[in-house]
Design a protein around this ligand. Structure first.
Ligand code: ADP
Ligand code: MG
Length: 225
């Protein structure tokens, strides 16, 4: 479903060149819950941006759902992004003036879904993440864990191919983070494909697979052993 071959990402700042990803090979199958583990600055967000089609590799190839991503123009990339990827971020990234339900409806508005169907689907998914009673609350009327649940509902509502989460528990206390990981594990049991980026080895253990980024290369399974 997703495959990277010898993928390289280089950033150029002035005449300084930094090779962040040094030839990554990675295959993700439908239904995987993959944790990508690595210390700060190791290239996790760079890899997430490429997986999510927010950025393109410098060389190598990236296939998502059968399409070769680096060949596509930005219009096609944004289409794939909206259709295939559900993003979840450390800082939730909810719009403060909108209710939980309106936040969840946003990607459906972009997709042109009619209002009645938007309301049904957003209410359904908010129930799924345990927020049936909080749909009318704005983000500042919700706890951190509840805000992340809204963000997860927003990511799920378009039924994306992959849920892509960058440090989803990074802004939460340990107990709340644990509850969010329980929700991820339920989604995995339901067959969702999840890619989760984290610097925390205990958080990574929630995944069905762990890869580590070490010095710009990936190694799989070592940490779990
Ligand atoms: P992580 O998410 O693991 O902390 P990042 O992928 O954010 O790591 O960053 C990896 C390295 O790439 C860092 O040294 C960072 O400074 C550099 N980097 C990240 N994004 C950019 C960018 N847009 N331009 C230049 N350098 C970048
Ligand atoms: Mg990062």
């Amino acid at each position: 479903m997703l495959e990277m071959k010898n993928l390289v990402k280089t950033y150029t700042m002035g005449d300084e060149e930094q090779v962040v990803l040094k030839g990554i090979d990675l295959k993700i199958n439908r239904g995987d819950f993959l944790s990508v583990l690595g210390p700060s600055g190791s290239g996790k967000s760079t890899l997430m941006n490429i997986i999510g089609c927010l950025d393109v590799p410098t060389s190598g190839s990236y296939y998502l759902s059968g399409e070769r991503i680096e060949d596509l123009p930005e219009t096609a990339l944004s289409h794939i992004r909206n259709r295939e990827i559900g993003f979840i971020f450390q800082q939730f990234q909810l719009l403060p003036r909108l209710s939980a339900q309106k936040n969840v409806e946003l990607p459906l508005i972009y997709a042109g879904v009619p209002e009645k169907e938007r309301q049904l689907r957003s209410a359904d998914i908010l129930k799924r993440v345990g927020l049936a009673e909080k749909m009318k609350n704005r983000p500042n009327q919700l706890s951190g864990g509840q805000q992340q649940r809204v963000a997860i509902a927003r990511a799920l509502v378009t039924e994306p191919t992959i849920l892509l989460a960058d440090e989803p528990t990074g802004a939460l206390d340990q107990q709340t983070g644990h509850q969010i990981m329980e929700l991820f594990k339920e989604l995995y049991q339901e067959g969702k494909t999840i890619v989760m980026i984290t610097h925390d080895g205990d958080v990574a253990k929630n995944g069905s697979r762990i890869v580590r980024i070490v010095d710009g290369n990936l190694s799989e399974g070592v940490y779990n052993a």
